[in-house]
Design a protein around this ligand. Structure first.
Ligand SMILES: Cc1cc2nc3c(=O)[nH]c(=O)nc-3n(C[C@H](O)[C@H](O)[C@H](O)COP(=O)(O)OP(=O)(O)OC[C@H]3O[C@@H](n4cnc5c(N)ncnc54)[C@H](O)[C@@H]3O)c2cc1C
Ligand code: FES
Length: 332
C-alpha cells in the first residue's frame, strides 16, 4: 500500500499496488471529481505536489502538454511510485454508498439483442451492489487496460449484466464477442459513475440512449418503474440507432408497464429507413420535437457517443433545462 496525502488537509488514504489514485480515493470515501474513468474526459486532473506517479495508459487522450508542464496528472490513470502529496478540488458528491471494489467474476451467459448488441451476465460473489445507471471497469483476459461498461439490470442479485455493442476491431469487444465463453473469468471493479437514478427527484423522466448507451438507460427505466417514490411518474425512453436492425435491442424493455413507459425508437440513417414507419432523425431532435418545453420540467438522463452527448446538452440548454436536472457520464 502507498500512502496518498491531500495537500489541503491532514487527510490521507492508501492506494493498493496497481490501483489508480482516483479509484483508491473513492474506495476510501474521498470525493475526487471524475466521469469516464478511462483517461478521456479530464475531469479527474490533480496536481502532484510531492512524490512520483506514472499513468497506466501510455498516452491518455485528456493528458495535455500543459498538464505535463504543470505536473498535473489524471487520477483515473495515475498510479503511485512513491508516497505522494496531491492537490485536487474536492467533490463530496462523487462518494456514493456502494463504494467501489475490485472482484473476480465469471461470465455465465450471453444473449443477442440486435445485430451488434449482446447482453452479458457476469456472476460475482456477494450482492451486486450499485445504483441504476452506474458502470463497472471490466478487466478482460488478454486485453490491455480495463474497459468501462454500464450495468443494465437492477442491483440486489448476484449477477452484473451489461449490454455491450461490438466495435469492429475493438480489443475488448472482440474478446467478449469472439473469444470468451461461459466459465471464463473477468475482473469486475465497481460501481462507478454519477449518472444514477435520483429517486428523490419528483419529476417525470426522459431517458435518451444512443447505440452503446442503451445499457444504463435500461437499468434506470427498470428501477424508476419499480421505485415506490416515483410511482405515477412517466418515463419517456428515446432510443436511437442508424437503422431498424439496431433498434431491435429495445425489445429488452418489453414487459415494463406500458402505461408509464413511452418508448420511442428513431432511425437516423436515411439510407437504412426503407420500410421503417417509426421516427427518423437524431434522437435528441426527436425528443425535442415530441416534448418541447416540457423537457424543462423533467429529470433527464442520457448515455451515448460524444457527438450525441454534446448535441443533447446544447438542446437542453436552449430549452432552459436546469443543469441540476441533467445526468450523464461521458462515454468514449
Ligand atoms: C462511462 C462509460 C460507459 C460505457 N458504457 C458502455 C456500455 O454500457 N456498453 C457499451 O457497449 N459500451 C460502453 N462504453 C464504451 C466502452 O467502454 C468501450 O469504449 C467500447 O466497448 C470499445 O472498446 P474496445 O476495447 O472494443 O475498443 P478499443 O477501440 O480497443 O478501445 C476503445 C476505448 O477503450 C478505452 N481504452 C483503450 N485503451 C485503454 C487502456 N489501455 N486502458 C483503459 N482504457 C483504454 C478508451 O476509452 C478507448 O476509447 C462506455 C464507455 C464509458 C466511458
Ligand atoms: S479522464 Fe479521468 S475520469 Fe475521465
Amino acid at each position: 500500500m502507498t500512502r496518498i496525502h491531500l495537500s489541503d488537509s491532514d487527510e490521507a488514504f492508501d492506494c493498493a499496488p496497481g490501483d489508480t489514485i482516483l479509484r483508491a480515493a473513492l474506495r476510501a470515501g474521498v470525493g475526487m471529481s471524475y466521469s469516464c474513468n478511462v483517461g478521456s474526459c479530464g475531469n479527474c486532473r490533480f496536481e502532484l505536489i510531492e512524490g512520483a506517479v506514472h499513468h497506466l495508459r501510455a498516452d491518455p487522450p485528456a493528458w495535455t502538454e500543459k498538464d505535463r508542464q504543470r505536473n498535473r496528472w489524471l487520477g483515473c490513470q495515475a498510479t503511485p511510485d512513491a508516497e505522494c502529496r496531491v492537490k485536487f478540488r474536492r467533490d463530496p458528491s462523487a462518494v456514493l454508498p456502494p463504494r467501489p471494489q475490485a472482484r473476480q467474476g465469471t461470465l455465465v451467459a450471453r444473449r443477442k439483442l440486435s445485430r451488434d448488441i449482446s447482453e452479458f451476465d457476469i456472476r460475482v460473489d456477494g450482492t451486486a451492489d450499485f445504483l441504476p445507471g452506474q458502470y463497472a471497469l471490466l478487466q478482460l483476459p488478454g486485453v490491455a487496460g480495463p474497459r468501462v461498461y454500464s450495468m443494465s439490470n437492477l442491483p440486489g442479485g448476484t449477477l452484473w449484466q451489461f449490454q455491450i455493442k461490438r466495435v469492429p476491431g475493438g480489443a475488448a469487444t472482440t474478446a467478449l464477442f469472439d473469444r470468451m465463453t461461459p466459465g471464463d473469468g473477468i475482473g469486475v471493479d465497481g460501481p462507478y459513475g454519477l449518472a444514477y437514478l435520483r429517486t428523490d427527484a419528483p419529476r417525470d423522466m426522459v431517458l435518451l440512449a444512443g447505440g452503446s448507451g442503451l445499457s444504463p438507460m435500461v437499468s434506470i427505466a427498470r428501477a424508476a418503474l419499480a421505485a415506490p417514490q416515483l410511482a405515477g411518474r412517466q418515463v419517456h425512453f428515446f432510443f436511437g440507432g442508424r437503422g431498424p436492425a439496431d433498434l431491435e435491442a429495445a425489445n429488452v424493455l418489453a414487459g415494463l408497464d406500458p402505461a408509464r413507459l413511452q418508448l420511442v425508437c428513431a432511425a437516423s440513417d436515411p439510407g437504412l429507413t426503407s420500410g421503417w414507419t417509426g421516427e427518423t432523425g437524431f434522437i435528441h431532435t426527436v425528443a425535442d420535437r415530441q416534448l418541447g418545453d416540457r423537457l424543462a420540467d423533467c429529470e433527464i438522463y442520457f448515455a451515448g457517443p460524444p457527438a450525441m452527448a454534446l448535441a443533447i446538452q446544447t438542446g437542453l440548454r436552449a430549452r432552459g433545462v436546469p443543469q441540476a436536472q441533467v445526468h450523464f457520464d461521458e462515454f468514449y
